[in-house]
Write a new protein. Sequence first.
Length: 67
Amino acid sequence: MAMVVRSTHRGLGIGKKLLSAVEQWAKKKEARAIVLNSGNREEREPAHRFYTGQGFKPRSTGYSKSI
């Protein structure tokens, strides 16, 4: 599943509200962590700053190969 805030609606607090709702849901389910994936492309840097600002820490790098 992927969730993205439309570029015209960014900066309005929607992403923070979505992550807060996910965190509350995860706590109710007694989860110990939330893991999300975000591409390593340059255009993802604003998203990475957003996630870091919300308390997420970078943990891994994924790899793919086009054939």
